[in-house]
Design a protein around this ligand. Structure first.
Ligand code: SF4
Length: 285
């Protein structure tokens, strides 16, 4: 049976993107190909905030301090915290999902597979999880990805089959979404590593795919517009959201209105981060 290293598994309201407001189970896998230490920092500087967190002091993931700069889910990929993320079998994950769903089974909730970067090494494990008998009523899945990981041929075919209506053989019966948070230079990552239009256009062939670009300043928006050009030139047709930087309320509240205005100015969609004002972005929200 397949196993997945699980950083967090919780039930909450989706706070971002297309499914904002939808009750959702979040499966946060361990591991990421980026660090995104530039978020919330002046250009060219990297955050040291998470580096200052001493892993020895913590025995539970949800006790870890939140950070206001860098990646707000640092413990989902930083190897210093790997022991807080257990390796769980598909059965154990499904059992936990049934415990946290309000009716003990799937109804109108959606599954968010997030990270870290959920499309890194776990692609071959999701089939086992989604084929579990108690996962058959699940109708909507979103992969929250940074848009850099190619899908294996086998996984692509599996996901395509998952969207099929078994009765009528029609695709789109189950809703598959790729929420692509492509990392702009404000993240501290290199453009050539982070902006991969050919990868994202491939997601678009099998599921509803949109871009969610995190910005704070006009300079970030310039980068966003340049990236959008690259995606569109490669054939990307999906929606594009601007989302304010800010994993903590003090940072988010400084720029959410401004980002909404910038989105309006450029005719782009605005995505909030509802988990910040609603739940202070605590672990498990
Ligand atoms: S891609 Fe996402 S999870 Fe990975 S380091 Fe960046 S913000 Fe964190």
């Amino acid at each position: 049976m397949s196993k997945i290293k699980v950083a967090e598994l919780f039930y909450s309201i989706q706070g971002e993107g297309r499914y904002m407001g939808v009750p959702s189970v979040f499966l946060r896998t361990f591991g990421c190909n980026f660090k995104c230490a530039g978020f919330g920092m002046p250009r060219g500087r990297l955050s040291e905030e998470a580096n200052a967190v001493d892993p020895v002091k913590y025995t539970r993931y949800d006790e870890l301090p939140l950070v206001s700069t860098g990646c707000d889910s640092y413990a989902s990929w930083d190897p210093r915290f790997k022991d807080l993320s257990p390796m769980l079998t598909s059965d154990a994950i499904v059992e936990r999902i049934m415990e946290i769903l309000p009716h003990g089974k799937w109804k109108d909730e959606h599954l968010v597979i997030t990270g870290g970067e959920p499309l890194l090494g776990w692609q071959r494990s999701y089939e086992d999880l989604l084929n579990h008998p108690r996962m058959q009523k699940l109708k909507e899945i979103t992969f929250e990805t940074n848009g850099t990981q190619e899908l294996s041929k086998e996984f692509k075919q599996y996901l395509l089959d998952w969207t099929l209506n078994p009765k009528f053989g029609r695709r789109g019966y189950n809703a598959l979404t790729f929420s692509v948070s492509a990392k702009l230079p404000a993240s501290g990552e290199q453009w050539s590593d982070a902006i991969r239009p050919e990868v994202v256009c491939d997601y678009e062939k099998i599921g509803h795919t949109y871009l969610k670009l995190v910005v704070a300043t006009e300079e970030d928006v310039k980068d966003a517009l340049k990236a959008i050009e690259e995606y569109k030139s490669a054939g990307f047709k999906g929606s594009i959201y601007l989302m304010p930087v800010g994993g903590v309320e003090s940072v988010y509240a400084l720029n959410n209105r401004n980002v909404a205005l910038l989105a309006m100015k450029h005719g782009l969609r605005y995505s909030d981060r509802l988990q910040v004002p609603l739940f202070k972005n605590e672990w498990g929200t």
